[in-house]
Design a protein around this ligand. Structure first.
Ligand code: ADP
Ligand code: GLC
Length: 483
């Protein structure tokens, strides 16, 4: 077998070290998924406090006294099987709080510089800053990596770049007068560069500058080019239609394996979920149910449509349903859900916070997982749901539409239904979907059959890893031809 080919990934989060959402899971999973495809991925991440604390025997591989005006070092380290390059720049990253927000929940005021420095470091690495290692390709994730093509071009480097859009809602905007501080070229501040309505947009820099673009599901790739979903960047994406594709996310099926998961009572058939359901009800103070036990594990943000679910709650509870929700984020939504729990003791249970182990117990015990998103680039929780035999009840949008097979009459007859899909953004449609869930739950044999179908549905990286590898190969061939 030939030697693995080197590639650099650039991202602001990576599981298990630092995670605010699915981005971290995907960035953490890609190296393992791509290794059997002949690619050795190294991932460049900011040296946040949590990341620095997790490093064992890091090796300094580059020293930059003036990285966009701040001192920085680059450390190489292996953590949890991941080959990391960590940008150690204490002035930028050594702080209390999340990767993006201070303790009060506000964006760090210097986020533009924090992630521009990451991009500048990526360009330096592509240029050979790490002795004996040079990537053939740079894989960028979301706006935080978006300025990399600009710094590469400034350095005269033709290393091919791929930008993966996980969520177009975040543009990485900053004021135009930050050009000098970020050491960006004035020519780039234009309509076909990174100018966006009088601001600098790091995401647009990536969308216009990367050689290829992907997003995390085929449906979202199409949606992104429409006004309804493009969030002001649909025009740019239509312009780059020929270079944009959708590759579905997978999940780590060794971590998410109901037969071996140490966080739950292991099971391999739907009947084995009963013990987990009892534990889950007890944990959330729910009474013995006369209907389906549905769970939500989610960031609480407008994207996720959990305000719509609150509106649909009375109907679902009247049909015998119960809901357990684990989430955090928007304070208004947190309070509204706590109020709902107080109003429906024994029927609605709410836990505000972030708890990985509890999330496993919830998927294991649930009859259904609800994902009523207004938009959803891919979504991972419906994939865990499938694997754990909980029916995903999801909005027909983005990756949700690509991963769940609706239980209509034809799919039921063919024995391939795995869940319930409904129109996004509509309380009425959600009402109907939840009524269908209650009805199916009462048809025990049909419900069991759907659970079995769900548990068999492939949700790993087997299908998508070769697609990324093929794209990497194509991009690097192009580069050799044009070099
Ligand atoms: P997004 O990235 O938009 O938040 P995804 O469905 O892609 O949505 O990924 C969300 C990830 O975060 C999943 O791994 C999910 O289990 C996890 N998650 C979200 N909220 C919580 C929480 N409160 N506790 C534990 N895990 C959570
Ligand atoms: C984003 C999206 C989510 C996707 C995740 C990983 O956070 O909101 O749908 O699954 O990225 O790609």
């Amino acid at each position: 077998m030939s030697a693995p080919r080197p590639a650099l990934a650039v991202a602001s989060e990576i599981a298990p070290l630092v995670k605010t959402g699915g981005l971290a899971d995907v960035v953490g999973a890609l190296p393992g998924a791509l290794a059997p495809q002949g690619w050795a991925l190294r991932t460049l991440v900011p040296g946040y406090r949590a990341v620095m604390a997790a490093l064992k025997r890091p090796k300094p591989v580059a020293d930059w006294p003036d990285l966009l005006g701040r001192p920085a070092r680059l450390l190489a380290a292996e953590v949890a099987g991941l080959d990391l390059l960590v940008l150690d720049a204490p002035e930028l990253y050594d702080r209390e709080g999340s990767p993006y927000l201070d303790a009060a929940g506000n964006d760090w005021p210097d986020n533009d510089l924090r992630f521009a420095a990451l991009c500048k470091a990526a360009a330096l690495v592509a240029g050979g800053a790490v002795k004996g290692w040079r990537p053939e390709l740079v894989h960028l994730h979301d706006w935080q990596a978006g300025l990399t093509p600009v710094y590469l071009a400034e350095a005269g480097l033709a290393t091919p770049t791929l930008l993966t859009i996980h969520n177009i809602a975040f543009h990485g905007l900053t004021a135009a007068n930050r050009l000098a501080a970020l050491r960006l070229p004035e020519v780039g501040y234009s309509l076909d560069g990174f100018e966006y309505y009088g601001h600098i947009s790091a995401l647009k820099a990536g969308l216009t500058g990367a050689r290829a673009l992907t997003t995390v599901s085929p449906t979202y790739a199409q949606e992104l080019m429409t006004e309804d979903f493009g969030m002001g960047l649909d025009g740019v994406l239509r312009h780059r239609r020929a270079d944009l594709g959708g590759i579905l996310n997978g999940i780590d099926t060794t971590v998410w394996n109901p037969a071996t998961d140490p966080a739950i009572r292991p099971f391999s058939t739907p009947a084995g979920k009963a013990a987990n359901a009892r534990i889950l009800r007890a944990e959330f103070g729910l009474a013995k149910g006369a209907g389906p036990l549905a769970v939500v594990v989610s960031r609480l943000s407008d994207q996720k449509g959990l305000d719509l679910l609150l509106a649909a709650l009375p109907g679902f509870l009247a049909g015998g349903g119960q809901v357990a929700l684990l989430g955090s984020g928007d304070r208004r939504l947190e309070n509204a859900w706590l109020t709902a729990a107080a109003a429906h003791p024994g029927r609605v249970g709410v836990r505000i916070g972030y708890d990985e182990a509890l999330s496993h117990r919830m998927y294991a015990g649930a009859d259904a997982v609800l994902v009523p998103s207004r938009f959803e680039p891919c979504g991972l929780t419906q994939l865990y749901a499938l694997r754990y035999g909980a029916l995903p009840v999801v909005a027909r949008t983005g990756g949700l539409a690509d991963t769940v097979i609706h239980a209509n009459a034809a799919a039921l007859a063919a024995g391939c239904a795995t869940g319930i899909l409904h129109q996004p953004g509509s309380v009425g449609a959600l009402d109907q979907a939840l009524a269908q869930l209650c009805a199916l739950w009462r048809q025990r044999d049909t419900f069991r059959q759907i659970q079995r179908n769900a548990m068999r549905h492939p949700v790993g990286w087997e299908a998508s890893a070769p697609l990324y590898a093929a794209l990497y190969a194509r991009l690097t061939v192009d580069n050799r031809e044009t070099a």
